[in-house]
Design a protein around this ligand. Structure first.
Ligand code: PEP
Ligand code: MN
Length: 351
């Protein structure tokens, strides 16, 4: 990671740095953070001669080397002062909730629009809704481009940012053109490095937030942070980590609830953590417990499936969407619990 003396390098300075790096087989990605621009190196940044040449440039403040497998997401990274914003709120300041349907039903747009207004009323800061769905069976509903229009309509009607999952390059292009605020990468694609790179590059320099679900088969915490690193290294530091439960499932739950990794993530990374209690437990009646547990573990917020009439929904909505009334109660309670966690410090990892 290279830090410029000024806020950013000039074009000539950038070319000079890139020419040196190229001699050692390395390249540079420009990452615009909240307070300054930093320059991430791809490749082996350990060559002492290369480091010496870069540090010798008078317009370079310093050359930082972090030994962890993820450099940008590390809490000691120069990105650590970066703040991820969703609309008017800053993640990490208070407790914020993204809520809405699992799936937007293009044949019944009124449900999604009603849900959008209801979650806003309940205190959510952004609206989620699946346009395209990763389904286990190829015969199950796969999504529809028409649902994107409904999502954008909900944004226009409520004034809230919106979130949807992308699974391929075409989706990415379409949502960027439509101005979707939050791009979700689902659990099945959390290890799809090609897609992670594409999303990082395709959203570089924009305000778009990427909400990365934890892979359901991910073990080590570092595996999750490395996946996030692909997005940041592509040029977008607006990354949110979203634990959502792993396999094998705990008997009685849809997955193995993993909100407890929140302090581990926070001990290693500066990135905000927004927990998904819905896919974790998989039953509407259990979602409030997992939500409050996430707040108690110090999460910065939640991503919760909510529907005005879940039984009429599609995808996961009939089984795991909570009602807007439960959402309102849960947001109040989770905020209170979250505020009580602030007196406890999470030790930062040394690695
Ligand atoms: C979803 O958010 O509806 C979804 C499919 O999530 P996950 O990828 O976590 O299963
Ligand atoms: Mn779902």
């Amino acid at each position: 990671m290279i830090l410029p003396r000024d806020k950013a390098f000039s074009t000539n300075q950038l070319s000079e740095v890139e020419a040196i790096l190229a001699d050692y087989g390395c390249s540079l990605t420009v990452i615009a953070g909240t307070t300054r621009t930093i320059y991430a190196i791809s490749g082996d940044e350990r060559d002492e001669e290369m480091v010496g040449r870069i540090e010798g440039l008078e317009f370079v403040e310093r050359f930082d080397r972090i030994q962890a497998p993820y450099r940008l997401m590390h809490h000691a990274s120069d990105l650590s002062s970066h703040r991820v914003r969703i609309g008017n709120v800053v993640l990490g300041e208070g407790f914020h909730v993204i809520a809405g349907q699992c799936t937007i039903d293009p044949r019944n747009p009124q449900y999604f629009l009603e849900t959008a207004h209801a979650v806003k009323e309940a205190g959510a800061v952004a609206i989620r809704g699946g346009v395209w769905k990763p389904r286990t069976s190829p015969n199950a509903y796969q999504g529809d481009d028409k649902a994107l229009e409904i999502l954008i309509q909900a944004r226009a009607q409520t004034g809230l940012p919106v979130s949807t999952e992308v699974m391929e390059d075409r989706h990415l292009q379409v949502v960027m053109d439509a101005g979707v605020d939050i791009i979700q990468i689902g659990t099945r694609n959390a290890l799809n490095y090609g897609l992670l790179k594409q999303v990082g590059r395709g959203t570089a320099g924009s305000k778009t937030v990427v909400l990365l679900k934890r892979g359901m088969h991910m073990g080590p915490v570092d595996e999750f942070l490395c996946a996030a690193e692909y997005i940041a290294a592509g040029g977008n530091p607006n990354v949110v980590l979203c634990p959502r439960g792993t396999k094998p499932e705990l008997d009685g739950y849809r997955n193995f609830p993993d909100e407890s990794i929140t302090p581990l993530l926070k001990g290693r990374s500066w990135a905000p953590v927004v927990v998904d209690p819905s896919h974790s437990v998989g039953k509407a009646s259990l979602v409030p417990f997992a939500s409050l547990a996430a707040a108690a573990y110090g999460a910065d917020g939640l991503n919760v499936e909510t529907h005005v009439c879940g039984s009429k929904g599609i995808g996961d909505d009939p089984k795991q969407s909570i009602t807007p009334a439960v959402l309102a109660q849960l947001i109040r309670d989770a905020k209170e619990i979250h505020s009580r966690t602030l007196g406890y410090k999470i030790p930062l990892s040394k690695a």
